[in-house]
Design a binder for this molecule. Structure first.
Ligand SMILES: [Zn+2]
Length: 599
């Protein structure tokens, strides 16, 4: 490493580029005091057990829970973010580790609340919030508890079920240990012609190589390794699906899909429609594959060719100051107040921007209720960094407006809505770049749009359909063998990618590479979140003030109602086919433009 690219030490980073964690706790002593107070807070909460039928006692209990959770979240966030700025610092690591048992203790201390509320007569809980004005803010939570009541078992059965939790997690845990620790990959050909030991993270670099031999070699080696464990993977996945089936039948759900979606009150029709609308537009994905084949100039297009950049990255470097100007213009459709608040955050210690020795890589946004959100990233003068900043600030603004407008109990947005605000910002930025780029760079941004939709929508919907088919197979009494799983996987790939893509035999192992399959019916939310964001960004760009207002009130709504309802209020109906139709129309439009430029 030369002295030029040696990373700065944390203490040499200018204060203006660091986040202000002392907005959470002014000193480490204050953090320690807050941390040490939690155990006492938990003891106080436990004393309310058996008293919740009294509205005043209930209010006091829930108020104490909120205060404790706000404190615990701040304590944990502070310790973890300190540790992320300098992962080699042992005392930061120890602080973070000291919070982990508190998280478990807190959920154990509060575990009596929901069963006790559900043991009250329905009418009592339904009208609880009318009895005391202070309880009004919990109305949605009470209502949601009642909605799920028919799937809650007796106290004794619930305790029994909770004890099976660790056993049910065996397949997932084994999968994680096996793929992260035990599986070893062979050496593969690098771009320099030398052999390098393959790993999952290196694979992601190799399949972006311009050298087709490098891509092919990495692909064959990686997938052959997975194939050598095909029966083990089939058995693990099958056990995981059966664990879900155990829960869904015990809780009296008609299907595993229904059980999974019920947590967020998402209708099964939303899931089914996502798949069906995507099917309608598969010919457009096929058209993209045909074009990609032309752009890459290859005789055969293999799955391992899809990640190679077909267009050079724009040469223009963007300094942080230039990025600010770009964001100001690109996000202008969100209105003056949004921009004002965003820049107050950028200048007010929300963002930890520069790389330093020992700082965690990657990027995230973390909202701390009662303080403000925080963003961690590693700035480079590239478009990717501008886009990351737009994305993470999208999350942060969502947290900021939710916290500002909602009581703590209603402030947290759901996973279903989590990527909406970030992707809306990313899309607005992309539209701005497309409008202002020269022809060569436009090609790059068009391709970026297409790749986003391919990987976040088409690919994730393929995953979602795989999950649906495999879970249905188990429900129909069929066994999930390696042969069955591979068959389903290959059929779906043929259907989604079309005839222009060569499906190498080893591709049948790909399903076993996806860790998300151990979180049932989760991935479809990448696609729905993207479609919602695409719809919202199109609306604020083209419909002006009413759409802007609706969008800002969505950001302010936090978790105050069901996701579907909150998005409906913002003008996006996820129960209709519109959001996906708008997304795929954008895909077609980008494809048309790309074809035109190439001609
Ligand atoms: Zn995100």
């Amino acid at each position: 490493m030369t002295s030029q690219n040696k990373l700065a030490r944390r203490e040499d980073i200018p204060e203006t580029a660091k986040w202000h964690l002392n907005d959470i706790f002014a000193t480490h002593d204050d953090w320690q005091t807050a941390r040490d107070a939690i155990e006492g807070q938990l003891t106080e909460i436990k004393q309310f057990a058996g008293k919740l039928s009294d509205p005043q006692q209930l209010l006091d209990c829930l108020t104490k829970v909120d205060t404790m959770e706000i404190n615990l979240c701040a304590v944990f966030a502070y310790a973890r973010m300190m540790a992320d700025t300098d992962t080699a610092n042992q005392s930061y690591q120890a602080d973070t580790a000291s919070c982990l048992p508190l998280l478990d203790q807190a959920s154990a201390a509060c575990a009596f609340i929901e069963p006790e509320l559900l043991s009250l007569p329905e009418e009592t809980l339904r009208t609880m919030a009318d009895k005391l004005p202070g309880l009004k803010k919990y109305q949605f939570r009470f209502q949601d508890l009642l909605r799920g009541k028919e799937h809650v078992l007796t106290t004794e059965q619930e305790a029994f079920l909770a004890r099976t939790g660790e056993i049910r997690a065996t397949a997932r845990n084994t999968y994680t240990v096996m793929t992260n620790a035990d599986m070893k990959f062979p050496d593969t050909l690098g771009e320099d012609g030398k052999l390098t030991t393959l790993s999952e993270s290196r694979y992601m670099q190799f399949i972006r190589s311009k050298d087709g031999k490098v891509r092919a070699d990495a692909f064959h080696k990686l997938f052959t390794t997975y194939l050598s464990f095909r029966n083990t993977f089939a058995s693990l996945y099958s056990s995981s699906v059966k664990a879900s089936q155990f829960i869904s039948t015990t809780r009296h759900y008609p299907s595993m899909l229904e059980a999974a979606l019920d947590a967020g009150n998402i209708p099964v029709s939303v899931y089914e429609q996502t798949i069906n609308v995507t099917h309608e537009f598969l010919p457009e994905l096929h058209r993209y594959m045909e074009l990609k084949k032309k752009l890459l100039g290859v005789k055969e297009l293999h799955m391992y060719d899809l990640y190679v950049p077909v267009v050079e990255k724009p040469k223009t470097p963007y300094t942080y100051d230039e990025a600010r100007t770009i964001l100001k213009e690109a996000l202008a459709p969100l209105g003056g107040q949004y921009l004002k608040d965003l820049f107050t955050g950028l200048d007010g210690g929300w963002v930890d921007r520069l790389e330093n020795e020992g700082k965690r890589s990657g990027a995230y946004s973390w909202g701390v209720y009662g303080v403000h959100p925080f963003v961690l990233m590693s700035w480079h003068d590239t478009y990717d960094a501008v886009s990351t900043l737009a994305h993470e600030m999208g999350h942060s603004m969502h947290s900021f407006y939710s916290a500002k407008n909602q009581e703590y109990t209603n402030s947290e947005y759901t996973i279903f809505c989590a990527e909406v605000a970030s992707t809306t910002n990313e899309n607005l930025l992309l539209e701005y770049m497309l409008k202002h780029a020269d022809e060569k760079d436009r090609l790059y941004y068009l391709n970026l749009y297409l790749e986003q939709i391919r990987t976040t929508v088409f690919r994730q919907v393929l995953f979602a359909e795989f999950e649906k088919l495999t879970h249905e197979a188990v429900e129909a009494g069929e066994a999930l063998t390696a042969d069955n799983l591979e068959g389903i996987w290959m059929d779906l790939n043929r259907k989604y990618y079309g005839e222009d893509v060569v499906l190498d035999d080893e591709l049948r192992a790909e399903w076993s590479r996806i860790p998300h399959f151990y979180r049932p019916f989760y991935v479809y939310q990448y696609a729905t979140g993207y479609a919602a964001a695409m719809t919202l960004s199109e609306k604020v760009r083209t419909q002006g003030e009413p759409a802007q207002k609706a969008y800002l009130s969505f950001l302010a709504s936090g978790g105050s109602d069901y996701s579907i309802k909150l998005l409906q209020n913002a003008g996006v109906d996820m129960t209709s086919r519109e959001p996906f139709a708008i997304t795929f129309k954008k895909f077609s439009h980008c494809l048309d433009q790309l074809e035109k430029i190439i001609k």
